[in-house]
Design a protein around this ligand. Structure first.
Ligand code: URA
Length: 232
């Protein structure tokens, strides 16, 4: 992050995000429990990050492994309160081996900064599938299912206080439920983890927000709902 970006005030961040600061006072809808379950995939269960990342990097559970340069397990704080889940690595992530390395990532960083968060502190970033689908197509449900065991292990190991699912594939990966973003937004869903229920908020993918900047204020509402559900 450049020195200039660090000096921005929160209001300036919100403006950069396309958010009128007055939206902050909008009250998010109350949380409702939907009791949704994720789909189950069979992957080797590991007890630590090194083996988990190694297993992801050597995975051949689906055909995406044939075209990838490298798998992208995820990055950030292993003790994060916030787990953000995107769709899949794109070309830049496939090259870098890191999630959200391109333009979507820049917007995501700005969104996190508006909340006083950083991608490597209190936040972990990963994707519904860990390998790049060719031509950046949307991953298929079968590919998400094949990768889902890895996501489940990441959730178990991080034990986040809130999960933000960015886009339909991410929502499907976490909740095992295919529906439009519009229908899933504005409600707190839950992901069961042992005897805990982790709040899950569904929002738009940053790539969509780059194409439709007028929708950014909705993403800001979603972030506020996620923060509110984390504080409950
Ligand atoms: N889009 C995603 O969904 N994930 C990334 O890591 C990058 C772009």
């Amino acid at each position: 992050m450049s020195a200039v970006r660090r000096e921005l005030t929160q209001t300036q961040w919100l403006e950069a995000l396309g958010v009128d600061p007055f939206w902050i006072v909008d009250t998010p809808q109350p949380a409702q429990e939907l009791a949704l379950q994720p789909s189950i995939a069979v992957v080797e269960k590991t007890a630590d990050w090194t083996s988990l990342d190694r297993n992801i990097r050597s995975c051949k559970n689906c055909t995406l492994s044939r075209s990838r340069k490298q798998a992208v397990p995820g990055s950030g704080d292993h003790q994060a309160d916030w787990l953000l889940i995107g769709e899949a690595p794109g070309a830049e992530e496939d090259m870098a081996g890191l999630p959200f390395a391109g333009q979507s990532g820049k917007l995501l960083d700005a969104m996190l900064a508006a909340l006083g968060l950083k991608r490597d502190k209190g936040v972990y970033l990963t994707n519904a599938v860990k390998c790049r689908p060719e031509d950046n197509r949307t991953p298929e449900a079968a590919e998400i299912d094949a990768c889902n065991g890895f996501l489940s292990q990441q959730i178990e190991q991080i034990q986040p206080k809130v999960i933000l699912a960015l886009g339909r594939p991410a929502a499907y990966a976490v909740l095992g439920h295919e529906a439009s973003i519009q229908s899933m937004r504005g409600t707190v869903h839950y992901r069961q983890l042992g005897d805990r229920k982790i709040p899950v908020v569904v929002s738009y993918h940053p790539a969509y927000l780059l194409r439709e900047p007028a929708e950014k204020w909705k993403a800001w509402q979603d972030l506020l709902l996620a923060r509110q559900s984390l504080e409950v």
